[in-house]
Design a protein around this ligand. Structure first.
Ligand SMILES: N[C@@H](CCC[C@H](N)C(=O)O)C(=O)O
Length: 269
């Protein structure tokens, strides 16, 4: 049995998309692990199932590369809407996608190849969270964007983002303070409207970008007075833009692109 898949990427955050109208997946966790493998599978940061929905244009089910579930994926939701727009010819101004953290509307910006998603209102913990690791204290802001994030602001003396120690991000991601794991953003704010971020995602290791991570980092930077409400975010996979609007919503804009499609053997996982 072969399974049809589409691979898409949002600023280098790549997922395998499987349309549930065409394919029956019995064990999505196992399939996500196998198909995401960069040596023995197709290779991706995870897998997203596109399913029918009673409340929206579709529902998405998101799996990380290790098979665990993610409740929200800012890059994935934009790619799902692009898929519906391009493949299912849903030519609506706004496409509604049901996720495990509610319904999110996506606007396709045809001319630029980008899409904007309304990510909801961030929930920011009042007090910074501090973890002691190897005799060193690390301070972070905890932000929920429907999924959990720990935002760590880097000091200039910690060097260029290319040489940041991602082992620290991994250690926070798997720390016992976060029994369900946490996504970790290392952030350098370089102006009132710009920042650089590297992300360690729970379930997928370091990724080239993370939409919910970009929003979490922007929310933490705005709340702590480091930036204005609209921020350009540079990640290893490309540029994204986040705006925290006066209506409380965060809007995330970035590229989303078809990579390839194909048939995967052993569809049921
Ligand atoms: N890359 C995503 C987030 C994916 C889920 C995350 N790893 C989790 O488990 O919460 C994004 O673009 O938001």
């Amino acid at each position: 049995m072969q399974m049809h898949f589409v691979k898409m990427e949002g600023c280098g955050n790549d997922y395998i998309y499987v349309d549930q109208e065409k394919e029956q997946i019995v064990n999505p966790q196992t399939l996500a692990r196998k198909i995401s493998d960069r040596h023995f599978g197709v290779g991706a940061d995870g897998m997203i199932l596109i399913c029918p929905s009673d409340m929206a244009d579709c529902r998405m089910e998101m799996y990380n590369a290790d098979g665990s579930r993610g409740k929200m994926c800012g890059n994935g939701v934009r790619c799902v809407a692009k898929y519906l727009y391009d493949y299912k010819k849903i030519r609506k101004e706004e496409i509604a996608v049901e996720t495990d953290s509610g319904i999110h509307t996506v606007r396709i910006l045809e001319d630029s190849g980008k899409a904007t998603v309304a990510m909801g209102t961030p929930v920011i913990e009042e007090e910074p969270h501090v973890i002691s690791m190897e005799g060193q204290k690390t301070e972070m802001m905890i932000v929920s964007m429907g999924n959990p994030h720990a935002v760590i602001f880097m000091e200039p003396e910690e060097g260029s983002w290319k040489t940041w120690n991602m082992k620290k991000a991994e250690a926070v991601s798997t720390h016992s303070d976060f029994p369900d794991g946490i996504n970790v953003e290392l952030v350098q704010v370089y102006s009132e409207t710009g920042m650089k971020i590297r992300v360690w995602e729970r379930g997928s290791k370091e990724t080239l970008s993370c939409g919910s991570g970009a929003c979490a980092a922007a929310a933490a930077a705005i709340r702590s007075g480091r930036t204005k409400q609209k921020v350009n975010i540079e990640m290893p996979g490309g540029m994204m833009e986040v705006e925290w609007d006066s209506d409380g919503q965060m809007y995330l804009t970035g590229g989303c692109r078809f990579v390839c499609e194909g048939e995967y053997p052993g569809s049921v996982g």
